[in-house]
Write a protein that binds this ligand. Structure first.
Ligand code: UDP
Length: 329
């Protein structure tokens, strides 16, 4: 298929773009490199462009006769979105509208959208299935929910076919250490711990040990980025058939791990001790977020290649120890 990947120089976007290329698809990546890295995708597929440029995006869609879009480009820091919501509604909501308009202009009718479990907010029942009520807790999460809604409305009115993939905690790297996570600043648990072991940070601050979980620390569902990439490949293929419309799918392993369990996994994999200190809770964190991905297994035929936390940590460790400066840009 001829595919456009927005944000394809970013973390999950990069893994997906490379996987689609390896599967034989013709891929064009659009990225403005505000967060992405040149080294994340082959140079000859990268177009440096911001999605606000509706005419530019329309031209690429038409000239390359694109058949489907995988939309990853977004600002993704929950905390920053609270401080600077303007940027989040501009980069995420307004630029997604621009992309959807370009798709209409160029008559491209298939989209897979990178959404988030953050749209669900607090809830009592776990694991979460797609029927759980949406209740975003930040401008970031609201922006993702609004884009989901735009896609649904465009689908009804203009016949788009879509899949909304709600990721839980994306983590891990390529098993040969060639690619991985490189956020500036880094805020995610697994890369932070690994950077401590590589001497780049002092110690981990564990954000709260008084949650209502067995060891008191927050529980998350860490899903391997290669498995997410696989889900995108299946999802874009699924949009080829059937009536216009589409659905949301949760993307997780179904297994929850506490912060202390992640620390122990890193210690097992690396054979090193992780220095940490318990601090106050981080505002906005919920005690437990675990996915039920039964629907994705059933309807997309999604299967996990990396179901165990130690596998996720092992691949992340390969990347981090081989790339002390990440992509180096
Ligand atoms: N966390 C932590 N210390 C850190 C960063 C994260 O204790 O320095 C915890 C955080 O409270 C959450 C989990 O690790 O429970 C995963 O956080 P991350 O930021 O990686 O992902 P999130 O779940 O917020 O999307």
């Amino acid at each position: 298929m001829r595919l456009l990947v927005t944000g394809g120089a970013g973390y999950v976007g990069g893994f997906s773009a490379r996987r689609l290329l390896a599967a034989g698809h013709e891929v064009t990546v659009i990225d403005d490199l505000s967060e992405g890295h040149r080294g994340a995708v082959p140079e000859d597929v990268l177009e440096i462009m911001n999605l606000a440029d509706t005419a530019g995006v329309t031209r690429i869609l038409s000239e390359r006769r694109i058949e489907g879009v995988l939309h990853f480009a977004a600002s993704t820091y929950v905390g920053v979105s609270v401080e600077d919501p303007r940027r989040y509604y501009r980069n995420n909501v307004a630029n997604s509208l621009s992309l959807l308009e370009a798709m209409l202009d160029a008559q491209v009718h298939r989209i897979v959208f990178s959404s988030t479990c953050a749209t669900y907010g607090e809830t009592a029942s776990m694991p979460l299935d797609e029927g759980a009520p949406l209740n975003p807790g930040s401008p970031y999460a609201f922006s993702k929910m609004m884009i989901e809604q735009m896609i649904r409305d465009f689908s009804r009115a203009y016949g788009l076919r879509f899949a909304l993939l709600r990721y839980f905690n994306a983590a891990g790297g390529a098993s040969d250490g060639s690619h991985g996570e490189d956020h500036r600043p880094e805020t995610h648990l697994i890369p932070l711990i690994l950077q401590i072991l590589l001497g780049k940070r002092d110690r981990l601050m564990v954000f709260g040990d008084d949650y209502s979980t067995p060891d008191g620390t927050c529980i998350r569902d860490y899903v391997h980025v290669e498995d997410l990439a696989g889900a995108h490949e299946l999802a874009i293929e699924k949009t080829a058939t059937g009536e216009p419309g589409g659905e949301a799918f949760n993307m997780g392993t179904g297994q929850g791990h506490s912060v202390l369990e992640v620390i122990r996994s890193v210690e097992r994999v690396t054979g090193r001790k992780v220095p940490y200190e318990v601090k106050a809770r981080r505002p906005g964190d919920t005690a437990r977020l675990v996915a039920s991905s039964e629907k994705a297994h059933r309807q997309l035929g999604w299967q996990l290649a990396y179901p165990e936390l130690d596998q996720v940590v092992e691949s992340a460790w390969e990347w981090h120890r081989q790339h002390l400066e990440g992509y180096g840009d």
